[in-house]
Design a binder for this molecule. Sequence first.
Ligand SMILES: [Zn+2]
Ligand SMILES: [Zn+2]
Length: 271
Amino acid sequence: MIDCGEGTQIQLSKYGIQRNKIKAIFLSHFHGDHLYGLPGVITSYMHFGRKEPLHIFGPVGLKKYIEAIFEVSNVYLQFELILIETIWDVPGLIYEDQQLQVFNFPLDHRIPTQGFIFKTKEPHRNIITENIQKFGLTHEEIKELKCGNTIIKSDGKKVTPDDVCHPPKPICTYVFASDTKPISNFPELAYGCNLLYHEATYLADLETLAIERGHSTSTHAATAAKSLQAKKLILGHYSSRYDDLGPFLTESKLVFENTFLAIDGETHAIN
Ligand SMILES: [Zn+2]
Ligand SMILES: [Zn+2]
């Protein structure tokens, strides 16, 4: 889960998201609209019988914030809470599991703020069933080939993964950038991403106000998507002054056609 504003628990219930499936929470920064739901979400796990550890990543101040709240509320958890204060202003790998790598990078806001890049790992390849017999593959050889290694049969013949496996699934990259002024120093990894989520707090006519407040306009977001050669852009974090979000889409599409609006409850495929 990325960020944890007030109302997160209500949204999790409303959209049927099983909270025990959340392995890690990535916090961009500590403004209330990104943070104030966190103590409630963590302590709610006591009612959901959580046993697995929960990782939380955020800029420096995360431990102080959680410890102060837990101390005054006298909270004791039955699962391990792993708080990781990231170096927010230098891009780096902060989390990795079997399927995914997560990198952070600096955004330009009013307080220390980081964006995230989620990148799937190259998955194990599956063997085309008839090739098992055709190439006389043993259990051990199948394991090696699935991991991308070439094997040498007893007669000296080489068998490569490309000879016997289905083509690998493409790697997916999702870039999250909120809250931020327009930035130009995205990490190399962000280029060509499948999906960019970029904040668009204001429409283009309020560019001066946006920059003053450490935010972006729809045109800034679209320009970022264009320069990153992203395949798809989702806008969000609209100021509450706007009732009609249509102009965000219109403005953005002038620069980057494949734009969508983030709307509560809607889902988007990353690839
Ligand atoms: Zn903010
Ligand atoms: Zn915000």
